[in-house]
Design a binder for this molecule. Structure first.
Ligand code: ATP
Length: 514
């Protein structure tokens, strides 16, 4: 774990050093859990968004996009349940004065128990070799059986307390499990309190009576309240979907792990409207499609897993997370939820407007059911960055830091470099840039030795470097260097466009999905 922490620290400082992510307001000592994206970060982020947007709106005839405002009528958040129930249970340690989410403290305790069980199983697997029967071992080994029983009992008690919203019981679990504050090491805990995560502000002048409005904590409600506008103006027929990318804000109690949990972040959400009764079929379908979208990036299939929810929100009848293996463990990157007709029915009730859909095939009106896919751009960014970061020992003893970014997502697609800054080589290199720049993000770089320039491009994940030398002037060929293999080959300038396009275009990534 310590080693993983080290790697994570290196990734965070690499992100800053190479213009991917900066702490917000840094010259004023930063603003907790708020970050800015730099010159390379914004490109990577835009490419992630484009991949998602195109996969939704181009590959599905029945999905269209919208862009709704961040401010919305405050009653929307009353209807959606966010005013009354978008809370996290918080607890403070009196000695360290640190604040924690009570549910997270308990979840971490359960994860520790899981670790213990897995370690015992792994030890036994090693000891028994091929003849190892894992299921039998889990049932019969007294130590493992005891761990499992304790884990199950804790899990049961925790789920019950969460379902009942029983804050005293959550505190009692923390006391009974002897959970200590990681900073002070003491168990001097306050009561558990509910904390609403929405940011409030005021709209209009106070003289007229200002209205309290919220910064949206999710983009989905903007889709719900517009679904009938889109359906009617776009002549959409169920099943159909509406996609949206936009900022969301949550006053997170504990903001940790870099851009994993931020107070201002971006979501890519799609609500898919279906006939009542068909939602679970569509839920399965979206679960499958979304995992395929992730895996097509080639970050490693083993880095993903589903986490089906046992405790469902009162409005959901199925929910799963797609988790990704971050340096700090498997963590949620995307949620897929079958939200029934809860949100639309609530809006119908609170607005007093009829927002039913008329189904011409069934000749009846109903409130559609909704499957939601909801992914955080920043978490996706973090998963791409973490799995791409690599420190390689080279044969000459040097270490190169390289980002093996999926080529279609890389901020810079190719860098063109004259070998020396004379003899007409810079001019020739500029000619190539001026041709490629219309299709690819192309950099021109003439400073430092060629080796140093390659390292700089490796560090930001540029898939191709093109070197112009004296031979180029004679036969119009250049050296094309590939980032991951570092292989170099001689190619005609006229071939560059095709070669680069094949590897870096979003098109080839999208084709894997259809
Ligand atoms: P968590 O349990 O980690 O707080 P959540 O279940 O509340 O997440 P959702 O409400 O389902 O998250 O939001 C959908 C997606 O939005 C998440 O899968 C995640 O990628 C992203 N997301 C949610 N909260 C944050 C945050 N504070 N910072 C960055 N991304 C976030």
């Amino acid at each position: 774990m310590a080693q993983q922490d080290e790697v994570f620290k290196k990734i965070v400082s690499h992100a800053k050093e190479y213009g991917f992510v900066f702490p917000s307001s840094e010259i004023y000592d930063g603003l907790s859990a708020v970050y800015d994206y730099g010159q390379n970060g914004v490109e990577l982020k835009n490419n992630i968004k484009r991949y998602w947007w195109d996969s939704m709106t181009l590959l599905h005839e029945n999905i269209v996009g919208i862009d709704s405002a961040i401010f919305m009528h405050p009653t929307i958040w009353k209807a959606s349940g966010h005013v009354d129930a978008f809370n996290d249970p918080l607890i403070d340690n009196r000695d360290s004065k640190k604040r924690y989410r009570a549910d997270v403290l308990i979840e971490e305790e359960i994860a520790k128990m899981d670790d213990k069980i897995e370690k015992e199983v792994a030890k036994a697997r090693k000891r028994f070799g091929e003849s190892f029967d894992e299921a039998l071992f889990r049932q019969t080994n007294p130590r493992v059986a005891e761990h499992i029983a304790k884990r199950e009992a804790l899990h049961e008690r925790f789920s019950q307390a969460m379902n009942d919203n029983n804050l005293e019981e959550l505190r009692q679990i923390i006391i009974d499990q002897e959970i200590a504050c990681p900073i002070s090491g003491t168990r001097n805990w306050t009561e558990v309190r509910q904390f609403n995560l929405m940011f409030k502000t005021e709209m209009g002048s106070t003289a007229d009576g200002a209205m309290t409005v919220y910064l949206r904590p999710e983009t989905a409600q903007g889709i719900f309240v517009n679904y009938l506008n889109v359906q009617k103006t776009g002549r959409m027929r169920i099943p159909f979907g509406i996609a949206q990318i936009g900022k969301a804000f949550r006053n997170e109690i504990v903001a940790r792990q870099f851009i994993f949990r931020m107070r201002e972040f971006e979501q890519m959400e799609m609500q898919f409207f279906v006939r009542p009764g068909e939602e679970l079929k569509w839920f399965q379908q979206w679960k499958e499609w979304r995992l395929r979208w992730h895996k097509a990036l080639g970050l490693g299939d083993e880095k993903y897993r589903y986490h089906d929810h046992e405790k469902l929100a009162h409005y959901a009848n199925a929910a799963t997370d797609i988790e990704f293996q971050m340096p700090f463990g498997f963590k949620e990157v995307e949620g897929i939820h079958s939200r029934t007709n809860f949100d639309l029915s609530q809006h119908e009730k609170f607005s007093g407007k009829n927002i039913k859909y008329f189904d011409p095939e069934l000749n009846e009106s109903y409130v559609p059911y909704v499957i939601e896919t909801s992914i955080g751009v920043d978490r996706m960014f973090l998963s791409v960055l973490c799995s791409s970061y690599d420190e390689q020992k080279l044969e000459n003893g040097e270490t190169r830091v390289v980002l093996h970014l999926p080529a279609a997502l890389a901020p810079v697609k190719c860098a063109v470099m004259p070998l020396v800054r004379k003899d007409g080589l810079p001019e020739k290199a500029r000619e190539i840039v001026n041709d490629l720049k219309f299709d690819f993000a192309t950099h021109y770089d003439e400073k430092d030795s060629i080796g140093k320039r390659y390292r700089r491009q490796d560090a930001v994940g540029t898939p191709y470097c093109i070197t112009v030398d004296h031979q180029t002037l004679e036969d119009n060929t250049v050296t094309l260097r590939e980032r991951d293999s570092m292989e170099q080959c001689r190619v005609e300038i006229s071939e560059l466009h095709r070669l680069i396009h094949d590897k870096v275009s979003l098109n080839s990534l999208l084709r894997k999905l259809s």
